[in-house]
Design a binder for this molecule. Structure first.
Ligand SMILES: [Zn+2]
Length: 143
């Protein structure tokens, strides 16, 4: 199944489910799709909203293949990201919240660190304005 974000000529957006892109094209051409708000049958695909971030930039419409999440690629990305962190940051273990705070307030040498923190600790750091980001899980752990 493919989910398309659709838009009618009056600008109402809604979702449509199709078995494949050809089905959408066929139904759109025959004007059998209608807007749930105003019943307009002049329905086109809306540009997909970005999945992350608040950017107002509109990304190109994903192709049908890209519409399916590629778990292999996501894993590869996460593994690469982890490697980068492990190679460029110092592991401080459970002292992470303490160290992150010290660096933020200039009480410790400015450097990249990574380690463990609870969700509560992470939230407190963010509230204090300390820049932190979650490290993706080790892909091996996902099996
Ligand atoms: Zn409409």
């Amino acid at each position: 199944m493919i989910i398309y974000r659709l838009v009618c000529s009056s600008g109402h957006e809604f979702e449509g489910w199709f078995t494949n892109s050809a089905v959408f094209d066929e139904q759109a051409a025959k004007h059998v799709l209608d807007c749930p708000v105003c019943g307009d049958t002049d329905v086109t695909k809306a540009i997909m909203a970005p999945a992350i971030g608040k950017s107002t930039e509109r990304p190109p419409e994903p192709s049908v293949q890209n519409a399916q999440p590629d778990h292999g690629k996501i894993r590869q990305f996460m593994a690469g990201y982890r490697k980068f962190i492990e190679a460029n940051a110092e592991y401080v273990g459970t002292k992470f919240p303490e160290e992150a705070r010290k660096i933020h307030y200039g009480e410790a040498e400015e450097r990249h660190i990574y380690g463990e923190s609870t969700l509560k600790e992470a939230r407190e750091l963010v509230e204090e304005g300390v820049e932190i980001a979650p490290v993706p899980p080790d892909p091996e752990d996902l099996n």
